[in-house]
Write a protein that binds this ligand. Sequence first.
Ligand code: NAD
Length: 422
Amino acid sequence: MSGFERAVVVGGGMITADLILPSLYHLQRLGIVGEIEICALGSAPLRALAANAEILAAFPGQSFTAYPGLGRPVAEADPDLYARVIESMPPRQLVVVAVPDQGHHAVIMAALQADQHVLCVKPLVLKHAQALEIAATARERGLFVGVEYHKRFDRRSLVARRDYRAGRFGEFVMGEARLIEPYSYRFSNFQNWFTPEATDPFTYIGCHYVDLVYFITGLRPVEVSVAGVRRRFPNGNEGFLWSTARVRWENGALLSVTNGLGYPDLAAGSNDQGLLMYCEGEGRSGMIRHDDHDRGVGYAYLDPIGPGGSHFNYVSPDFFRLVPWEGEGMRPVGYGYQSIEAIVEAAMRVDRAGEGLPAAESLAARRGVCEEIDGKGLLATPANSAVNELVIEAARKSILADGMPVRVGRDDTDGKESGNES
Ligand SMILES: NC(=O)c1ccc[n+]([C@@H]2O[C@H](COP(=O)([O-])OP(=O)(O)OC[C@H]3O[C@@H](n4cnc5c(N)ncnc54)[C@H](O)[C@@H]3O)[C@@H](O)[C@H]2O)c1
């Protein structure tokens, strides 16, 4: 089975460097994607990507086409260039969306209208109505949209889902989750887009753990209250740089979620994260505890080469690493890679289902595979995870009202009423 001829990534920032490009390069090696093109606002992030020493060493001889070209002046920025690149693609290739959260909707819609399958980094979009619009457009055209919630592919999440659904813990009742990203993020491009009106730590990373509790238990969130702490980035822009949320679930369970951009750069990290869920059965209780921070590997380096310039680090071999393999260079391993691979393969499976069939039959066949994927619920899609957008929408309302509890509407895909109310 030959792969996608073209994969266009929109956004050339941190997530593209850390996860997307190395994953796509490996899929290119495997013949699953052909030409890789990356479009950013300007040439600066693309130059950095092209010169990334770790990526160059891991994927010798592989390269991407840059839009704008690497030789373009750094000051030149074209926010609409991606649309022209997407329009130049033959139908039913792959568009990867990796721009800041508030830009996802426009890029996804441009891709769908150009008949492209989509892989989007989380969160899909910031409004539930936009998620429904994306789901409807994708269905109408028989296209696959996968949301890259990679924590779902962490083996511990899959084991927890299997055991929870087999009734081995009882029913979730009380829990806490935390994900604190490094302080050093404050010096990155985040300064330019992580504004209070646009996003906040809960929306940015808290959504991972809300999605995970939903993924493990199947329970839906019904109310959220988020309070934030405003601080200034080094360039003077204000942002919510810390947040604490309380999420109420349909069975009355409560989850508190602590997030921030503030994990000490010199601490063994590179961040802090984990999930604790207490559950109740008949006359006894159960528990799920995931320490996603110290995964049992600690390295002390001679030189300060750890994230943030640290010597000692908890190294997670689970998320994403480039490691030696039988082939040339290095290969990516971990749930970050597996999540990208699974979404790209799902898009290909959808596409191949319609190959060689007359238009109407091809559309029906592609829709059929999409519905099967939606129903299985392992890969997050706009149709099966739009509850996340309801939570985000409610959370944004809540944090801007200093923690006011906001009801999370029911997902339309359930056939119930939708929308949020405070
Ligand atoms: N754990 C995760 O799943 C995870 C981690 C980090 C980031 N993300 C998500 O990835 C997205 C990007 O985050 P990041 O950390 O890479 O941000 P970043 O600020 O480092 O990079 C953003 C990139 O988008 C590009 N861009 C912005 N507007 C554009 C436009 N109109 N056309 C083309 N390119 C445009 C910028 O040039 C830049 O290269 C966010 O939605 C974020 O939430 C997910």
